[in-house]
Design a protein around this ligand. Sequence first.
Ligand code: NAD
Ligand code: IPM
Ligand code: MN
Length: 351
Amino acid sequence: MAARVTVLRGDGIGPEVVEAALGVLGACVPVHVREARIGGDAIDHHGDPLPPETLAACRDADAILLGAVGGPRWEGPLRAESGLLRLRQGLGLYANLRPARYLGLPTPLREGLARGADLLVVRDLAGGVYFGEPRGQGGEEAFNTWRQTAEQARRVARVAFEAARLRRRRITSVDKANVLEASRLWRAVVTGVGREYPDVELEHRYVDAASFELLQAPRRFDVILAENLFGDILSDELGAVVGSIGLLASASLGEGTPLFEPVHGSAPTLAGLGIANPTGAILSVAMMLRHGLGRPDLAAAVEAAVESALRDARTPDIGGNATTREFTVAVLRRLGRTPEEDAATAYGWGV
Ligand code: NAD
Ligand code: IPM
Ligand code: MN
């Protein structure tokens, strides 16, 4: 049976990296693709960053592939980014996995520091200041509410502990418990969950110290568990550890259809140039194969093809001059595909 994948290309470089990722997906498994609009693209066409038909197409799929949303054109009251936040919320996606492994590329860190780094950020996607009510803005004042429930912390912590069991069994939970009540609850709940996993070593770090240590000694981390905002910030920092934010992939898991997207945004200044790094999107396809489509074997094949391709085709963000397409072709060739054979992908499925 073909996998049913809803594809949300979104804005900026989103469509370019999705095109690359879809080619790789189609080279691995038979896919039925259904396209839908999100973000600024959906505002332009439907006046809504998450039209009901997009949410419906996402619910009725095995997996979702997303490019990126946002850009300077949609910074008014109706923001492109709210489409993505509503999608995560609407599907009950609460655990965001953001892995990063040093692949021998140049990084801004001191020579040798990043070597051997291999970590996974597990970020809560459902709680924190992103969604807390009340929130508002008026005149000279604006406010948000940082709300943390025990259940939100508990369920994402369990995902992190399970992931740690498949890795080096070490978790660093990140918070700001020296200042925030929400963090004190977070720390207490994570400690409690940790008792269910005596085989996993748990440590706590304040977010300010953790963000320094991440750049000073990235190798010491295995799984980093963080609430929504801290996880967002720390996961971009991983871009410095591996060499570019364009390399980072993610999976968002929870109650509904799993969502796979690169960590980076729409990179408006690169849009249309054909030189965006598609690695994060392609590795998101690997995560889809592993976490969404039950094909860890093919996920590993994609990861190996990417790693090998990076040895001789690099986009400008990692010091090369390859185009998005050239790098993608280098990956496809390593998967045993010629570009002409790209994707026997069918469009649509019966509803
Ligand atoms: P960004 O991730 O788009 O870009 C940050 C920097 O990294 C820029 O210099 C950009 O050129 C570079 N970059 C990003 N992806 C790259 C890639 N694949 N290849 C090469 N270089 C790449 O972050 P930003 O500039 O802060 O945000 C731009 C827009 O994207 C904003 O509207 C923001 O809200 C949105 N955004 C969306 C998502 C998402 O859809 N998941 C994530 C982050 C930001
Ligand atoms: C991300 C992005 C989003 C977030 C924005 C675009 C809403 O930065 O996926 O990392 O903050 O979660
Ligand atoms: Mn982010």
